[in-house]
Ligand binder design. Structure first.
Ligand code: AMP
Length: 425
């Protein structure tokens, strides 16, 4: 029994986490369908990885100086000594699975897709939650071919188009490779040394200099604008790779712009990185890039890879702003089953079941005994057809079909019920 105290302190969902209510489900179902359909159309195989992973996977994979590992991991108290966390991103777990299940022995590249929830300890705000959802696609193995990079940017774009998000624009950059990035990093540090950058940037210059380009502080804006661009420091191979990516994008006329300060928050990327935006919003809807060293970093053989993920909560947010959610399915006329009396109630269950098995969407409210109460419930549900099954009908093996709009009604034999109802839908 609820006490006065427990009534007062009603429990709420945890900060930064929220319920996806019945009214939200149509759009989430559409997202799941688009993910599945694109996965199949582009020959990706579905993978699901656990919610819980070892912290070491992300420390090694995402990078100890990344925001995710430094500040955002949801750690779990476990009974053994292994540090566990709720997954903050998908790429490292998918690569772990690729290695663990010997997928390098399959025909390469292996193309995988997924959808699920992620957990990051962030300051919740619009479009930023502690539990959020992503769909993602990864191409692991094969060649480090710029064609794959372009294909992934196109696929991310297509995903958002399928979701009817307008005014899309991809921002792309190359962050080079192990050869050219250190030289660029040095240039960047030298440039920033004498500049009055914010405290966070000063710290980043020591641990992860490229992240200064990610800084959102106003005071750092002019400094960032004058900073040397990675693109001017790319080695011949990286330059050639990036040039081809852009040429492929030109070929398919995909709108993109170069963004010299796009570095992404995860350390495993090399060469191509990208994010996709819509209209004026400065919240990225998705992003990804090439990560040719992650498989090796996590204990596998050197294996090129490229991938991206779409932030589904932000897709829903954009749609809420743009247009009403699309209807779940083409609405059929709703059917409401009404019983009067105990005998009718008892015999109603198999009848309702036979309607449902025949694909008729039936509602009922047999908790209410009176005809009035049930008709009122039918009205509330927006039902257009009522099936009325009373004492007499139960004796005669018949049922009344009433059109609630016109009031017209007919009595049919139970063996004809399904057929007669289907004709009226
Ligand atoms: P990331 O895994 O950081 O590359 O993010 C990929 C996409 O996920 C972003 O472009 C966002 O759309 C979305 N995203 C990242 N973090 C959050 C968050 N805390 N809440 C909601 N969406 C997020």
């Amino acid at each position: 029994m609820a006490t006065a105290k427990s009534k007062k302190t009603a429990l709420q969902s945890v900060k930064g986490m929220r319920d996806l209510l019945p009214k939200d489900q149509a759009i989430w179902e559409k997202i799941r369908k688009v993910t599945r359909d694109l996965g199949e159309d582009y020959n990706f195989m579905r993978i699901d990885t656990p919610l819980v992973e070892s912290a070491a996977l992300f420390e090694r994979g995402v990078g100890e100086s990344s925001d995710i590992v430094e500040k955002q991991m949801f750690s779990i108290k476990s009974k053994d000594d292994i540090a566990l966390i709720l997954r903050p991103e998908f790429t490292a777990p998918v690569v772990r699975a690729y290695i663990e299940h010997g997928m390098s022995h399959m025909s390469q590249p292996v193309k995988l897709y997924y959808i699920g929830s992620l957990y990051r300890y962030e300051q919740p705000q619009e479009g930023r939650y502690r539990e959020f959802y992503q769909s993602g696609f990864e191409i692991i193995g094969g060649e480090s071919d710029p064609l794959y990079d372009a294909q992934m940017i196109m696929l991310a774009y297509r995903f958002l188009e399928e979701m009817k998000i307008g005014k899309l624009m991809a921002q792309v950059n190359s962050i080079g490779c192990r050869q050219c990035r250190p030289l660029y990093r040095k240039k960047l540090v030298d440039y920033y040394k004498s500049k009055p950058a914010c405290k966070t940037c000063k710290r980043r210059l020591l641990v992860n200099p490229l992240r200064v380009l990610d800084c959102k502080e106003k005071e750092c804006d002019p400094i960032k604008k004058g900073a040397p661009a990675m693109i001017d420091s790319l080695c011949v191979l990286c330059r050639g790779h990036f040039k081809l990516v852009l040429e492929y994008l030109d070929e398919v006329k995909l709108p993109y712009m170069l963004n010299n300060s796009l570095v992404r928050g995860l350390d495993y990327y090399n060469r191509t990185v990208f994010e996709i935006f819509s209209g004026e919003s400065d919240l990225a809807l998705g992003g990804g890039g090439r990560y040719d060293h992650l498989v090796e970093l996590l204990g596998g053989k050197p294996t090129p890879a490229v991938g991206f993920s779409i932030g589904l909560d932000r897709v829903v947010m954009m749609l809420d702003k743009q247009e009403p959610a699309p209807a779940n399915r083409k609405e059929k006329r709703k059917v409401f089953f009404i019983t009067i009396g105990d005998l009718a109630k008892k015999r109603a269950l198999p009848l309702i079941e036979s309607l449902r098995r025949a694909g008729v969407h039936v509602e009922e409210f047999m908790g209410k005994d009176s005809l009035r109460g049930q008709l009122a419930a039918a009205d509330k549900k927006g039902a257009e057809i009522a099936l009325i099954f009373g004492q007499m009908e139960a004796f005669e093996d018949s049922i009344i079909i009433r059109d609630l709009k016109t009031g017209a009604q007919e009595t049919v034999l139970l063996i004809k019920m399904v057929e007669s109802v289907k004709k009226k839908l």
